[in-house]
Design a protein around this ligand. Structure first.
Ligand SMILES: *[C@@H]1O[C@H](CO)[C@@H](O)[C@H](O)[C@H]1NC(C)=O
Ligand SMILES: *[C@@H]1O[C@H](CO)[C@@H](O)[C@H](O)[C@H]1NC(C)=O
Ligand SMILES: *[C@@H]1O[C@H](CO)[C@@H](O)[C@H](O)[C@H]1NC(C)=O
Ligand SMILES: *[C@@H]1O[C@H](CO)[C@@H](O)[C@H](O)[C@H]1NC(C)=O
Ligand SMILES: *[C@@H]1O[C@H](CO)[C@@H](O)[C@H](O)[C@H]1NC(C)=O
Ligand SMILES: *[C@@H]1O[C@H](CO)[C@@H](O)[C@H](O)[C@H]1NC(C)=O
Ligand SMILES: *[C@@H]1O[C@H](CO)[C@@H](O)[C@H](O)[C@H]1NC(C)=O
Length: 440
């Protein structure tokens, strides 16, 4: 099958998923039911979230997708006549279309969930083999976003080889990001875009493209089958790791993995380090801040995952940070922030406990450069941004500029003209976010 490679590469550009009206151009902003409620969902909870997105001012900040995750349908099977998945009449008495109408009436968009297998992760009917039927139903119901999971895959449709995802437990060994002792690794030069996993995701991509509705396509294959290679040609975002949990250790682990994938992120296609846990578990305020700042800087889809009717004001404030959201949605620059220095570690060190600490990225919409400084340690530390080290300031620095206008993105305070460097004391797992503007 290797002979397919050259023709695939020729087609790669034509394959790219480009949506009308700028849908999927900037990373998605929204809310999803899973991290808040798991399987315990109904129309009331979805519509409460939608109303809160409006009431809390999140809609005016750009949050727009209200996404229903797993467990929305009748578990026992499809409609015998139409072959469609049946919305659970107890949870969704007006169907998904009834919820969609009300979400649309609020000026928001509705998302749904399925899997590239025969069942979802919670065991409900999924779309493998029914891609066109399901895409048509979703379009007819008024769905605007599909999260497509990787559960329920029949054994004859699993991949021939195993791809090393750094955090998986498939026998790979990844203390530093290097995979060893994988018994069924692909031969050198293997083209993962021809894997059965890629094919399962492309079937739904084609089905979504064939319906008369723009549906943002969010791949959730947990980073498997080298999805970074074919994700952008297939969907608008693709999960690059296993699931997030509301613990700092897991957030740091995923941030470390995604920090090496920033070259894959740009308009219309983003590696997805999973939905937000801001407001959940035992995350400290500092950890909530750092989680949100890193996800925004990496231009991850920012999908809130906490109950909004009971959200703490301090968590809402984090999710509402206009500087980070402006950077994230910048209409003129698609690339995310990149680490410019690892800090705690030597540059390019793969360390699940201590991800890169110094990040920067250009943002015309901010009139400057976003600079993020993270303390990955468990004790209070000083982190210092030296202007001469920040790539976006290099030219001005070389031309003799030593002072730059700085704003603290958390307090909103104008720190004035700061010369040479800006140092800050940061508690465990806390983050500083600066907007560095013109020289002064
Ligand atoms: C996989 O197995 C199922 C039965 O379990 C069968 O219906 C299907 O055609 C098989 N698919 C392929 C690609 O062999
Ligand atoms: C990763 O660690 C292994 C085992 O210690 C070592 O052999 C390998 O060279 C390391 N790779 C990198 C890229 O540091
Ligand atoms: C890899 O396999 C070799 C040979 O079986 C073994 O000695 C080594 O401990 C394994 N490494 C890891 C990290 O499991
Ligand atoms: C596609 O949808 C639009 C908007 O709902 C509608 O105006 C148009 O007639 C539809 N086109 C087809 C071919 O069904
Ligand atoms: C992803 O595809 C889109 C649409 O073709 C393109 O604009 C973008 O640059 C691609 N991303 C990367 C990182 O190549
Ligand atoms: C949160 O829980 C994890 C796992 O039990 C624990 O390791 C961690 O220290 C806790 N963090 C805080 C801030 O309590
Ligand atoms: C950027 O500059 C423009 C023009 O001076 C101004 O309208 C806009 O508010 C500034 N944006 C920010 C985020 O400071």
């Amino acid at each position: 099958m290797r002979w397919i490679l050259p023709s695939f590469l020729l087609l790669a550009g034509a394959d790219a998923l480009l949506r009308p009206d700028g849908v999927g151009r900037a990373p998605a902003l929204g809310w999803n039911s899973w991290n808040a409620y798991n399987c315990e969902i109904d129309a009331d909870k979805i519509l409460t979230a939608a109303n809160e997105v409006v009431n809390l001012g999140l809609k005016s900040l750009g949050y727009e997708y209200i996404n229903i995750d797993d467990c929305w349908s009748v578990k026992s099977g499809r409609d015998p006549t139409t072959q469609r998945i049946i919305p659970d009449p107890d949870k969704f008495p007006d169907g998904i279309s009834g919820v969609a109408d009300q979400v649309h009436a609020l000026g928001l968009k509705l998302g749904i969930y399925s899997s590239a297998g025969t069942t979802t992760c919670a065991g409900y009917p999924a779309s493998l083999g029914y891609e066109n039927i399901d895409a048509e139903a979703f379009a007819e119901w008024g769905v605007d976003y599909l999260k497509y999971d990787n559960c329920g895959v029949p054994t004859n449709l699993t991949d021939e080889y195993t791809y090393c995802v750094p955090d998986s437990t498939d026998g790979s060994f990844f203390p530093n990001g290097t995979c060893v002792n994988l018994t069924d690794a692909a031969p050198a030069g293997y083209n993962w875009a021809t894997s059965t996993t890629a094919k399962r995701y492309k079937r739904m991509r084609n089905a979504l493209e064939s319906v008369n509705r723009t549906i943002l396509y969010s791949l959730c294959d947990w980073g498997q089958a080298d999805v970074n290679d074919w994700g952008n040609a297939t969907g608008n975002s693709w999960r690059m790791s296993g699931d997030i949990t509301p613990y700092w250790s897991r957030i740091a682990e995923i941030a470390n993995e995604n920090s090496f994938l920033m070259n894959y992120a740009n308009y219309y296609g983003y590696p997805d380090p999973d939905m937000l846990e801001v407001g959940n578990g035992n995350l400290t305020l500092a950890e909530n801040r750092a989680h949100f700042a890193l996800w925004a800087a990496m231009k991850a889809p920012l999908i809130i995952g906490t109950p909004l009717d009971t959200i703490d004001t301090s968590h809402l404030t984090i999710l509402s940070n206009t500087y980070l959201l402006t950077f994230h949605q910048d209409p003129a620059v698609g690339r995310p922030a990149y680490p410019y220095k690892w800090g705690y570690n030597a540059d390019w060190t793969f360390d699940p406990v201590h991800p890169a600490e110094y990040w920067s990225g250009p943002s015309p919409a901010l009139n400057g450069t976003l600079v993020v400084m993270l303390n990955t340690q468990d004790t209070t530390q000083t982190r210092t941004a030296y202007w001469k080290e920040i790539p976006e300031l290099e030219d001005a620095y070389a031309a003799g500029s030593r002072g730059f206008r700085v704003r603290d993105a958390w307090s909103g305070n104008d720190l004035g003209c700061v010369r040479n460097k800006y140092g800050v004391r940061l508690g465990a797992h806390d983050v500083a976010v600066l907007v560095v503007g013109g020289s002064c």
